[in-house]
Design a protein around this ligand. Structure first.
Ligand SMILES: [Zn+2]
Length: 229
């Protein structure tokens, strides 16, 4: 492993994979600053490890995850215990570089949430929803193609860690959180709901969120996807 320090990350990557390190990390420091500004927290307190793996077994083991708990779609993991993000190279993950850059941001949102409690970390709807929204994954072309007006889960189905994934949480939580933040008072309103322990399931109309999303993204050509706002 080769080590490289950035403002916020202690990065380790496989020998000869400078381009992967550059792809994943080039905009992460700026991303940290941007998210911290958005949430009004002090980015200077943030520092995390960022390990890039080209071996799935070592990736899983170093995170301390059992074979039983590991799922093949887990291509990035953030550990609160040793403050380290672990992520696979695009070819080992079986994903494009663009998609893995968004995964890197997704894990950074989890890391920031662990430090600053940006959402409610016990509720996968808010923690995953925020990561999917802020990373831009919620508007990836492959996801847009899977959304339609007739089939979507209730938010109440997305608040249980055991059923989050099978209920479509990774497809829909980012849409619902994005809809709420962009149309109902921004990050301030989001923080208020968390602080007041209100339930998003009582506040967000899922059908309205899906309509908002389809209006906003369904007509956009592929080349314009994936850029951060
Ligand atoms: Zn996540």
């Amino acid at each position: 492993m080769v080590n490289k320090q950035t403002k916020f990350f202690d990065c380790n990557y496989p020998q000869g994979r400078e381009e992967v390190q550059a792809d994943y990390c080039e905009s992460l420091d700026d991303f940290v600053v941007k998210v911290c500004e958005k949430f009004g927290v002090d980015s200077d307190k943030f520092r995390y490890g960022f390990d890039i793996h080209d071996d799935k077994e070592k990736f899983r083991e170093s995170h301390g995850m059992s074979k039983e708990d590991y799922k093949d779609w887990m291509v990035g993991l953030a550990s609160r215990e040793d403050k380290t993000i672990r992520i696979l190279t695009p070819e080992v993950a079986g994903r494009t570089t663009e998609s893995m850059k968004a995964v890197a941001k997704h894990e950074v949102v989890h890391a920031l949430s662990d430090c600053y409690e940006l959402g409610n970390n016990k509720d996968p709807f808010t923690s995953e929803g925020l990561a999917l929204y802020l990373s831009g994954q919620y508007k990836e072309e492959t996801r847009i193609q899977q959304i339609n007006e007739t089939s979507f889960p209730k938010i109440s189905e997305l608040s249980d860690n055991k059923t989050f994934a099978q209920s479509g949480g990774y497809l829909f939580a980012g849409i619902y959180v994005g809809y709420f933040i962009e149309t109902q008072g921004g990050v301030e309103a989001f923080k208020n709901v968390i602080a007041c322990k209100e339930n998003f399931a009582d506040i967000i109309n899922e059908a309205d969120a899906i309509k908002w999303y389809l209006n906003k993204f369904k007509q956009i050509p592929v080349t314009q996807q994936g850029s951060e706002k």
